[in-house]
Design a protein around this ligand. Structure first.
Ligand code: UT7
Length: 339
C-alpha cells in the first residue's frame, strides 16, 4: 500500500519588532503610499537583536508545531529546513535544529530553493515518505533577512519588500484512508521547476565562491553584500510560472480551480497574487494573503499563511489546498494537498 505524507500540524513564529512603512521612510526616500500601491505591504517584522538567528526563529516555530502535533522531538526521524539565510555559511540550519530541539541523531538537511523552499520541501518530504525512509518529519522554513538589507535610499527597491519569520510543519507517513471512502489526506502531487538563466536577476553575490577570497571593503562599498533584483523581470516570470504550476497540478489531477478550498501563494507582491487569482477565476476568500503584515519572508511565507489560515478557521481537515511559489533561481512550483 502506498504511503501518504499527511500534515499533522503547522505553526509559525515572527519576531515582535514591527517595522511599518512609515518607519522605513525615516531611513530612506520612500513612502507608505508607494510601498502599499506597488506591493500591498504595510509592515514587516525584523529581529529584535543580533542574538536572534534563523535557527532561533525556526526553533520557536518548530516547538509550537511539535506541541500541536503532540510529538516529542525524540520521535522525529527527519528534519528538513528551507532557508536562504542560514546562521552559518556551513553547516546548515537542519543540524542546528537537531541539536537545539534535542532530537536523536536523525538525518537533517537544508534546501536552497529560496522563495520556493516550502514547495520544494514538501515535495522532498513526500519522497522520503513514499520511499519509506521517514515516518515523522519536521519541515521548517525560516529566514532572517533584515541584517543584509541596504536600509538606505540606494537599496530601497529591495529593503521595503522583505521581513523575518518562520513557519514549521509536522508531517507523518500514514497508510490510512480517512473515513469510509473519503479522499486520502496528505500531499497528493507536487510540481517543481527551475531556470538558472534567471540566477543573476535576483541574487546576493556575497559571500560566495564565484568571487574568491574574503569580502573586501570595496565589495561592501559596491553593495555586493546586499540582495539585488530586476523587479519587473521577476514579476513577469512569477505570474507566468505560478499560473503554469497551478494549471499543471490541477489538470493532471483532474481538479478544477473551483474544487480548491484555498490557494496559498508565496507572498512577494499582492498584485502578483491578485493577477493569479483573477486568472484562476477565484473569489478573494479562496486565496490567502498576509503580505500586508509580514512582507516577503521568502521560504517562510507559505507556512506562515497556512498557520494563520488554520488559526482563522479558513483551512480545515479535508480541505483541498494548492500552494504556489516562485523565487530566486529562478525556482518555482506548488503542491496539491488534502489537509
Ligand atoms: O520573492 C521573490 C520573488 N519576488 C517578486 O516576485 C518581486 C517581483 N517584483 C515586484 O514585486 C515589483 O517589480 C517591485 C515591487 C519590486 C517594484 O515595483 P515596480 O512597479 O516594478 O517598480 P519599479 O522597480 O519599476 O520602480 C518604479 C519607480 C522607479 O523610479 P523611476 O525610475 O520610475 O523614477 C524606482 O526608482 O519607483 C522607484 N522606487 C521606489 N520609490 C519609492 C523603487 N523602490 C522604491 C521605493 N520607494 N521603495
Amino acid at each position: 500500500m502506498s504511503l501518504q505524507a499527511v500534515i499533522r500540524s503547522v505553526s509559525h513564529y515572527v519576531p515582535t519588532r514591527r517595522v511599518t512603512n512609515d518607519d522605513l521612510s525615516k531611513l530612506m526616500e520612500t513612502s507608505d503610499e508607494w510601498i502599499t500601491e506597488r506591493t500591498g505591504i504595510k509592515e514587516r517584522r525584523f529581529i529584535e537583536s543580533d542574538a536572534v538567528t534563523t535557527s532561533t526563529l525556526g526553533e520557536a516555530a518548530a516547538r509550537k508545531a511539535l506541541e500541536k502535533a503532540g510529538w516529542a522531538p525524540e520521535e522525529l526521524d527527519l528534519i528538513v529546513v528551507a532557508t536562504l539565510s542560514p546562521d552559518l555559511y556551513f553547516p546548515g540550519v537542519g543540524v542546528l535544529l537537531q541539536q537545539r530541539l534535542g532530537c536523536r541523531t536523525i538525518p537533517a538537511l537544508d534546501i536552497r530553493a529560496q522563495c520556493s523552499g516550502l514547495v520544494y520541501g514538501l515535495s522532498c518530504v513526500d519522497g522520503f515518505v513514499k520511499s519509506r525512509q521517514a515516518k515523522k518529519i519536521l519541515l521548517v522554513c525560516a529566514e532572517v533577512q533584515s541584517p543584509v538589507l541596504d536600509l538606505t535610499t540606494r537599496g530601497r527597491d529591495m529593503a521595503v519588500l522583505f521581513g523575518d519569520g518562520a513557519g514549521a510543519l509536522t508531517i507523518e507517513a500514514v497508510d490510512e484512508v480517512d473515513g469510509a471512502g473519503a479522499a486520502k489526506r496528505g500531499i497528493i502531487d507536487s510540481f517543481l521547476g527551475s531556470d538558472g538563466s534567471g540566477a543573476e536577476v535576483l541574487c546576493m553575490k556575497l559571500p560566495g565562491t564565484a568571487r574568491p577570497g574574503f569580502i573586501k571593503a570595496s565589495d561592501i562599498e559596491a553593495g555586493l553584500v546586499h540582495p539585488k533584483m530586476d523587479g519587473k523581470v521577476v514579476f513577469k516570470n512569477a505570474v507566468t510560472r505560478l499560473l503554469e504550476t497551478a494549471h499543471t497540478l490541477l489538470k493532471r489531477n483532474g481538479v478544477s480551480p473551483g474544487d480548491v478550498s484555498l490557494v496559498v501563494p508565496h507572498q512577494a507582491n499582492l498584485r502578483i497574487n491578485e493577477m493569479v487569482r483573477q486568472e484562476l477565476k477565484l473569489p478573494p476568500e479562496r486565496v490567502f494573503n498576509n503580505i500586508q503584515r509580514y512582507g516577503n519572508t521568502t521560504a517562510a511565507t507559505i507556512p506562515i499563511c497556512l498557520s494563520e489560515a488554520v488559526e482563522e478557521g479558513r483551512l480545515k481537515q479535508g480541505d483541498l489546498v494548492l500552494t504556489l511559489a516562485f523565487g530566486a533561481g529562478f525556482t518555482w512550483g506548488g503542491n496539491l494537498v488534502r489537509w
